[in-house]
Design a protein around this ligand. Structure first.
Ligand SMILES: Nc1ccn([C@@H]2O[C@H](COP(=O)(O)O)[C@@H](O)[C@H]2O)c(=O)n1
Ligand SMILES: C[C@@]1(CO)OP(=O)(O)OP(=O)(O)OC[C@H]1O
Length: 158
């Protein structure tokens, strides 16, 4: 059986934090706030995978009240989600994601993000696609108050 999953996440931008997206440390004047490294792209992807497998969401598996996850690299959590989905008898077909950010320009970092995600989930790179868009200055993302990410995934019973 093939199943689809969807994930969405938002984190606010602030000075004094690193900007980590798809496991890539991106030079910028601000970074994302969160209990973890606040990698909003990885969070959306994890929720898409958990959703496809009917396993809830990241808050259920990695509560933001648990100090084990304070400052953790979200790619480590993604590896856990990949194992969990695999342990339930599913293979990941593909992942597609969109980052919504007015700035910085993300195009130079997209390939590295894609490679990181594929490596962590032990997938061929062609099964992962990451995109970026602005909102033409509209809304919270357009005002650079935060960054959002959307993701979908397909998984299939082995
Ligand atoms: N933070 C971003 C946002 C977008 N891009 C790239 O620019 C292209 C055009 O963006 P629009 O919002 O005008 O659609 C988009 O397709 C991305 O390739 C980017 O690099 N970083
Ligand atoms: C990732 C977790 C880990 O504690 O913390 P945050 O970085 O705050 O991110 P969020 O998107 O709010 O999801 C909750 C948590 O699972």
């Amino acid at each position: 059986m093939t199943r689809v999953g969807f994930g969405y996440d938002v984190h606010g931008l602030t000075e004094g934090r690193k900007l980590i997206l798809g496991g890539v440390d991106i030079p910028h004047s601000e970074g994302l706030m969160g209990h973890s490294d606040a990698d909003v792209l990885i969070h959306a992807i994890m929720d898409a995978l958990l959703g496809a497998a009917a396993l809830g969401d990241i808050g259920r598996h990695f509560p933001d009240t648990d100090m084990r996850y304070k400052g953790i690299a979200s790619v480590k959590l993604l590896a856990e989600v990949g194992k969990l989905v695999g342990s339930r008898g599913y293979d990941i077909g593909n992942i597609d994601a969109t980052i919504v950010a007015q700035k910085p320009k993300l195009a130079p970092y997209i390939e590295q993000m894609t490679q990181n995600i594929a490596r962590v989930l032990d997938l061929e790179p062609g099964r992962v696609n990451v995109k970026a868009t602005t909102t033409e200055g509209l809304g919270f993302a357009g005002r650079s108050e935060g960054i959002a990410a959307y993701a979908v995934s397909l998984i299939s019973s082995v």
